[in-house]
Design a protein around this ligand. Structure first.
Ligand code: AP5
Length: 236
């Protein structure tokens, strides 16, 4: 089960990937988290990435491609993975395919989370993240048991630096502008699935489980992915 979760900022990619990690043990590989960690640790990568991230722009492909390539080579990814927020450009999608092919592997599907901009704004404005473990909450839709504290480790919750209103709008604009060709790439070879990301968290989770578990009658021996033509994704 080699999956990409794609969609605009705040669509819920990380929330769903976290559920798949918790319930199915699939590694959740979030390039945003990896880059934030590099910035926090002031590594060379972090220094090169920080200005792009602060503005809400994409970090150059070559930097991101390299950290993903290295992560996918780790043993825990051998039985599958969920890539959250990578690829975001056509070039990244091509590099990912080439990198997997060189290891005799293939991406099964990209799940596109579709959602309107006004819903994204509400989600990101209310998002809170644990300052220690990174667990994600929402003040209204997914509140912690104790206000302002993480359910897992009790650490204080904080807002992400790029979750201010101007940067959110910019990030959404970047997604709408740059991600279309990547979506078309996956659609063209029938690896694109679409999830309506405006519904409650559990319903989205169940829909994605259906994608993964429903047998594909055309390829019974390969990944169990529902035929792609079920719901064509709209242009983004
Ligand atoms: P990244 O950290 O990946 O941010 P993003 O793509 O902007 O996505 P988010 O993490 O903001 O949203 P999400 O879809 O995961 O939503 P979440 O589950 O948290 O990237 C940050 C930066 O790193 C980029 O701007 C770029 O600079 C750089 N970068 C990363 N990858 C890169 C790449 N491949 N190439 C180049 N640069 C890259 O949910 C949001 C909120 O909504 C939460 O509060 C959650 O609790 C709530 N919520 C979730 N689902 C629901 C639901 N169904 N109903 C109600 N509330 C919900």
């Amino acid at each position: 089960m080699n999956f990409v979760f794609a969609g605009p900022p705040g669509a819920g990619k990380g929330t769903q990937a976290g559920l798949f990690h918790a319930r199915h043990g699939l590694p959740h590989i979030c390039t945003g988290d990896m880059l934030r960690e590099a910035v926090r640790d002031a590594t060379g990568l972090g220094e090169r990435a920080s200005e792009y991230m602060r503005r809400g722009d994409l970090v150059p492909d070559a930097l991101v491609d390299e950290i993903v390539r290295a992560r996918l080579a780790e043993p825990d990814c051998g039985d599958g993975f969920i890539l959250d927020g990578y690829p975001r450009t056509l070039e990244q999608a091509r590099v990912l395919d080439a990198s997997l092919a060189s290891a005799g592997r293939r991406l099964d599907a990209a799940v596109l989370f579709t959602i309107r901009d006004d819903v994204l704004l509400t989600r990101l404005a209310g998002r809170r993240v644990c300052s220690r473990c990174g667990m994600t909450y929402h003040v209204e839709y997914r509140p912690p048991r104790a206000a302002g504290r993480c359910d897992v480790d009790g650490a204080p919750l904080a807002q992400r630096k790029d979750d201010d209103a101007d940067t959110i709008r910019h990030r959404i604009g970047v997604f709408r502008e740059l991600t279309g060709p990547m979506v078309e790439y996956y659609r063209a070879d029938r690896r694109l699935l679409q999830a309506n990301a405006e519904r409650p968290i559990q319903q989205i989770y169940e829909e994605i489980c259906g994608f993964i578990e429903a047998p594909d009658p055309r390829q019974p021996s390969r990944a169990r992915v529902r035929p792609i033509e079920v719901r064509p994704a709209p242009a983004v």
